[in-house]
Ligand binder design. Sequence first.
Ligand SMILES: C[S@@+](CC[C@H](N)C(=O)[O-])C[C@H]1O[C@@H](n2cnc3c(N)ncnc32)[C@H](O)[C@@H]1O
Length: 283
Amino acid sequence: MTTINQALSEARDKLQTTSPSPAVDASILLRHVLGCSTGHLFAWPDKQLSQQQALQFSDVLQQRIEGKPIAYITGEREFWSLTFKVTSDVLIPRPETETLVEFVLEKFSANDVLNVADLGTGSGAIACAIAVEHPQWNIIATDASTAALNIAQLNASALNLENIQFSHGQWFEPLTGLDFDLIISNPPYVAMDDPHLSEGDVRSEPEAALASGEQGMDAITLLARQAGSYLKTDGWLVVEHGYDQQQAVYDCFNQGGFADIVQLTDLAGLPRVTAGRYGKSNA
Ligand SMILES: C[S@@+](CC[C@H](N)C(=O)[O-])C[C@H]1O[C@@H](n2cnc3c(N)ncnc32)[C@H](O)[C@@H]1O
């Protein structure tokens, strides 16, 4: 029989060559199998795993060794202190995306009733985080992937959110005939031939959630070019982008008729978010 300590130690050894964070991974996977907290692992190092638990642990460990991301194995990821269901149909929400959420929550008043669109919602991380904080805002969350939209809907239901409407379609297609105070997007922005696409966890994520043309700029260019047609005067477009796309995104916003352009860095100090105000006279 295997104890908690032995299971952790063996898992760390096995993950050494394939995972960038063997100890953390081992702990998360064992907690997932035992349904317990980190504190439990520390408090009961000599507790034995049942045969079924040992088998299940060996199975999830093997999945991780073979390169499956932890979030797809456990089926969840935390974002904005909320738990999101994730599958291989959606991008795993990233901590840097909280920069965009923070900006939006600080910039716009909770008391106004805003119409907001989150384009390319994926797991629904951005839309749900904003909906939780500002229940009076009306949010429409869209995606070209039906499978992703289903996950986003499950997440909104699990959080009892009633102020998000989901709609399927290519970028602005679901917004036809509507206008918004705020359009938000974390679109795909990786260059098609970026070698990172074939490394680590990213290999398991949907390509359509990551890659966008030769320079990674196709989606952002389209968003900046077309958003004005769906924004009220003085409405805002806010997008996440790659750390090396700051100038290119600024230029797209400028050409798209946006003024008061703001660019923000994430917690690692990397340029990550661009926001701009649309005025019909700016164009
Ligand atoms: C980088 S992921 C962002 C997911 C989520 N918003 C987040 O921040 O975690 C980009 C999302 O855009 C969606 N997408 C890609 N191409 C699209 C298109 N042409 N129209 C609408 N959504 C698209 C993908 O399916 C994916 O869910």
